[in-house]
Design a protein around this ligand. Structure first.
Ligand code: ZN
Length: 62
């Protein structure tokens, strides 16, 4: 994609999706656990990235 505005909108959309997943996880009580293996997430890592969804073993490269 070469249009920087379309690219920015894409990025915002992806962030919005991540926020919605985080809110769902908060409601379901799984916010502080890895969504792949259920391991508790490092509170410090969550402080750095509140949209963190995976433990280091299951982290996807961004
Ligand atoms: Zn995991």
């Amino acid at each position: 994609m070469s249009d920087p505005i379309a690219e920015a909108i894409e990025t915002v959309g992806a962030t919005l999706d991540a926020v919605e997943r985080a809110l769902t996880r908060l409601r379901e009580g799984t916010y502080r656990t890895c969504s792949t293996c259920g391991a508790p997430l490092d509170p410090e890592a969550l402080g750095t990235d509140p949209l963190l969804e995976h433990c280091p073993a299951h982290a996807e490269p961004r």
